[in-house]
Design a protein around this ligand. Structure first.
Ligand SMILES: [Zn+2]
Length: 439
């Protein structure tokens, strides 16, 4: 396919072409849309990033209503007010970025443990002093809803400043009904105040709360029973969009997670899972069985289970921030995921323990440098495939009918976003058709 022939062939009548709410003109666009040749597997006629040059976008009612060559709109420009037209002067437009796996709502932080470890303390020393996840659970339980909101909002703002227009936020530091509710409520409030899309995920099966631990025998099955009882309650309060768990030897078994997934299925809620981060105990196979949205982490994922993910259209969410922080050495099976055509998303995994990372741009760089992903893969993983990991069909790509959630960048080419570290070339974001300040 030739890029110059790549525009939407749609020809609209004069009355439509003069009735958009807003126009973006003179743009280079990374659409991540198959309509414009985007195909990560580089088949014969694919176009990198689904890119369009000298293009224009017409926006109506918060949606992308038209995409075409800049020349197609120039004769209609006199019909528009100055404030309805954004001339981006050859800069790049991407879909608004999507951070599809975060734990940004939590109390306190763990820089004291970071410092202690670098001074020689072991994880066991820190755990014995009440550190680790227990420290975050205590701080999150103790925080008022206002304080939890204020602490978490800073992290959200950092992400929005780098072009994020949709985010997933998990619970999982409450581990009791009231605090899980508080976390999910704060997640909803953050979305409302900042006018961006927030998908909430119930992650009570994240860790065993201290009150279920015992010198004799941990009561993990009893805790899972509680997790299963709380889910319908929080769902009935409109707080849950998806259900997650931590399937790992140090957390919960696949049989225990299955019990939670059965409740999710009975409520028609999609599932996802922290799988194969430290070992392979069958997490991704379980997610695939439940036709889950995503399986996340995946350093120890087997090729057998990759095939199962491919068959169930489950997205692989790759989290380089945790790999980096933990100084892991086992790489996720990127080549096998490519071979089986399992789409890969990437995310910050922002959390206080293993990934205190609030930069999706740096995450992209880490994905390239640590995991040998290409810039196109990490950008697709922060847009179109991140949207799929959240079940958001109308986000993450630029095509007619999608939400007008966009990011404007002062860059020479899309790869700049994955290449540079610490330079933020954002010029603005648009959310459902409205330009927003990012600073
Ligand atoms: Zn996580």
């Amino acid at each position: 396919m030739n890029e110059s022939e790549n525009f939407n062939e749609q020809t609209l009548d004069e009355s439509t072409m003069t009735a958009f709410d807003h126009l973006i003109i003179n743009a280079n666009i990374a659409t991540f849309s198959a309509h414009y040749g985007f195909n990560i597997y580089e088949d014969a006629d694919s176009i990198p990033y689904g890119q369009l040059h000298n293009a224009a976008i017409g926006i109506k009612n918060g949606k992308i209503a038209w995409i075409g060559a800049h020349e197609q709109i120039t004769t209609h420009l006199p019909h528009y007010q100055e404030n309805q037209v954004t001339d981006v002067d050859g800069k790049w437009i991407t879909p608004g970025l999507i951070d599809c796996h975060t734990h940004i709502v939590y109390g306190g932080n763990r820089s004291n443990e970071f410092e202690a470890r670098l001074q020689g303390a072991s994880y066991q020393d820190i755990a014995a002093q009440g550190g680790g996840i227990v420290a975050t659970v205590s701080a999150t339980r103790a925080a008022s809803i206002e304080s939890l909101f204020t602490q978490s909002e800073k992290r959200l703002i950092a992400l929005i400043k780098e072009g994020v227009t949709s985010i997933e936020i998990k619970s999982g530091y409450g581990l009791d009904l009231d605090t899980e509710r508080k976390m999910l409520t704060v997640a909803r409030q953050l979305g409302e105040k900042h006018g961006i899309h927030v998908s909430t995920t119930y992650l009570a099966a994240h860790a065993l709360p201290p009150e279920y631990k015992s010198h004799m025998q941990d009561r993990a099955d009893d805790y899972i029973e509680q997790v299963c009882e709380w889910l319908p309650i929080l769902h009935s309060e409109g707080l849950v969009d998806a259900v997650d768990g931590f399937c790992e030897k140090i957390a919960f078994s696949s049989d225990q997670i299955r019990r939670v997934f059965e409740v999710a299925r009975s409520l028609d809620l999609p599932v996802k899972l922290h799988s194969e981060q430290l070992s392979d105990i069958g997490g991704s196979a379980l997610v695939a069985e439940y036709k889950g949205l995503s399986s996340d982490h995946l350093e120890h994922l087997s090729e057998t289970d990759i095939a199962k993910m491919a068959a169930s259209n489950t997205i692989a969410v790759i989290l380089p921030g945790a790999f980096y922080t933990l100084r892991e050495t086992k790489l996720p099976p990127i080549e096998a995921l490519r071979k089986h055509r399992v789409p890969m998303a990437i995310s910050t995994d922002c959390n206080p323990g293993t990934s205190p990372l609030t930069s999706l741009l740096l995450t992209m760089n880490m994905g390239c440098t640590l995991f040998y992903l290409t810039p196109e893969e990490v950008l697709a993983g922060s847009t179109v495939y991140a949207a799929q990991a959240l079940g958001l069909a109308s986000k993450g790509k630029i095509e007619v009918g999608c939400d007008a959630d966009l990011a404007l960048w002062d860059i020479a080419r899309p790869a700049d976003l994955a290449y540079q570290m610490g330079l933020n070339p954002i010029q603005g974001i648009m959310v459902r058709g409205q330009w927003r300040e990012t600073a």
